[in-house]
Design a protein around this ligand. Structure first.
Ligand code: FES
Ligand SMILES: [Fe+2]
Length: 428
């Protein structure tokens, strides 16, 4: 459990907060590249870390991410005209370039220099791996560009979606590193979902409901090992990666693509849940891509404008009590993504962690909270660059392995937890 002050500190990420400063030390995903595909296309609203912003691609293809509201009288520039290398406010025609600099005030007399003095808040926006990334911290501390393996493989090897999740980012992250819920919440889908079924690991998952956790600090966060019984006295280990601030990789299953998430605060009560799948050594098949487009695996169908899932709290996530009773789903909700989102949203927008009763299988969550508190404090008080900013911390993989009983997982897995260009994941 956490006392209220700790819970507030971890869950508040607006400007001026300690966790807000922490998130602003990283490149974070802002938009799918497909949302700003065309020069002079429609601008897109985006809310990140409690800041309302608007993104656009100008005539020359340059990307801009600037404050949403016009410096004149605060109209939303989402209504703006994206034309001739700038975004023009529809109210009185003030125009801004991709850096947020005002470049034209058409109502001012010729020779007026007023617009030169107007500059909107703005952040860099770069494209990598199908995602537009931004860095919202101090310009003089901008880190190197992100190098997560899924973002560095060829486009044909990767599939990415995002969805709006209606709760605080930490609730979502804690689901991403909670390897014990798979045997319960997701048990109905392990052997039916096309992106999960058929792996030997599923049998171990279903056969042992009491995983033993061994959690080890990694350079960027944690290796979260969950141990289940395999045959002949051996152990099946599922090793989840968490790299700060909120990057997770779920251990792979058989030959299926590897997947994971980023959880980015929109504000303190809403998050962007990013979901990615990739193969490090080959392209995804057409069947895999088609299944993910249809909301299989860790993806789900969303409204194409708002990215709100079609199954959401207003329709009780399309709960199917008959499927629950028959054992086809454990909680009555279809699909991994909405199984996670529904139960995490059900805790309320910001769960009261002073009222929890944690057990041994929550060890990864306990250690992640401690490390977050420590890293955020060190950044705030000493300016210490937090773990996960260094690109070498991002060169990681999850793994699933069967090991002899007398070996600690972190050494026995060898280099299976490191990204290796072109080499397949280690998976059972
Ligand atoms: S409010 Fe934007 S130009 Fe007047
Ligand atoms: Fe889950």
């Amino acid at each position: 459990m956490l006392v209220k002050e700790q819970n507030d500190l971890l869950t508040q990420t607006g400007p001026g907060t300690q966790m807000g400063q922490f998130f602003r030390a990283y490149w974070i995903p802002a938009l799918l590249a497909s949302e700003l595909a065309e020069p002079d296309g429609p601008p897109v609203r985006v809310q990140l870390l409690s800041e309302k912003l608007v993104a656009f691609r100008d005539t020359q293809g340059r990307l801009g991410l600037i404050e949403e509201f016009c410096a004149h009288r605060r109209v939303s520039l989402w209504f703006g005209r994206n034309e001739e290398n700038g975004l023009r406010c529809p109210y009185h025609g003030w125009k801004y370039d991709v850096t947020g600099q005002c470049v034209d005030i058409p109502s001012e007399p010729a020779g007026s220099t007023h617009c030169q003095r107007i500059r909107m808040a703005n952040y860099p926006l770069i494209e990598r791996g199908g995602i537009l990334w931004t860095y919202m911290g101090p310009p003089d501390r901008q880190p190197p560009l992100p190098e997560w393996e899924f973002a560095m493989v060829p486009d044909a090897s990767r599939f990415i979606t995002k969805r709006w999740q209606e709760c605080n980012w930490l609730q979502a992250l804690e689901g991403g590193i909670d390897s014990s819920h798979v045997s319960f919440l997701h048990r109905g889908d392990l052997e039916t979902d096309p992106i999960f079924k058929g792996s030997k690991g599923n049998r171990y998952n279903m056969g042992d409901l009491m995983p033993v956790f061994d959690v080890v600090e990694s350079p960027g966060g944690l290796y979260i090992g969950a141990r289940r019984n395999a045959e002949d006295g051996k152990y099946y280990w599922r090793i989840t990666q968490w790299v700060m601030p909120s990057f997770t990789m779920i251990p792979p299953r058989g030959d299926h693509p590897v997947h994971g998430h980023f959880f980015i605060p929109m504000d303190d009560e809403n998050s962007w849940a990013w979901s990615f799948d990739y193969h490090a050594d080959r392209a995804l098949t057409d069947e895999q891509v088609q299944a993910m487009r249809e909301g299989k695996g860790i993806h789900t169908l969303v409204d194409p404008k708002t990215f709100r899932p079609l199954a959401n709290k207003d329709n009780d996530y399309l709960v199917d009590r008959a499927a629950q009773k028959a054992g086809r789903t454990y909680g009555g909700i279809a699909g991994f993504a909405m199984q996670d989102a529904s139960i995490q949203e059900s805790m309320g927008p910001i769960v009261d962690r002073s009222r929890e009763n944690l057990v041994g299988t929550d060890k990864g969550i306990v250690m992640a909270r401690r490390r977050l508190l420590r890293a955020a404090k060190a950044l705030a008080e000493q300016g210490t660059v937090p773990p996960g900013v260094e690109v070498t911390h991002q060169h990681v993989r999850s793994a699933s392995v069967v090991l002899p009983p007398d070996q600690p997982f972190a050494t026995a897995v060898g280099d299976a937890l490191a990204a290796k260009s072109g080499a397949a994941h280690v998976s059972v």
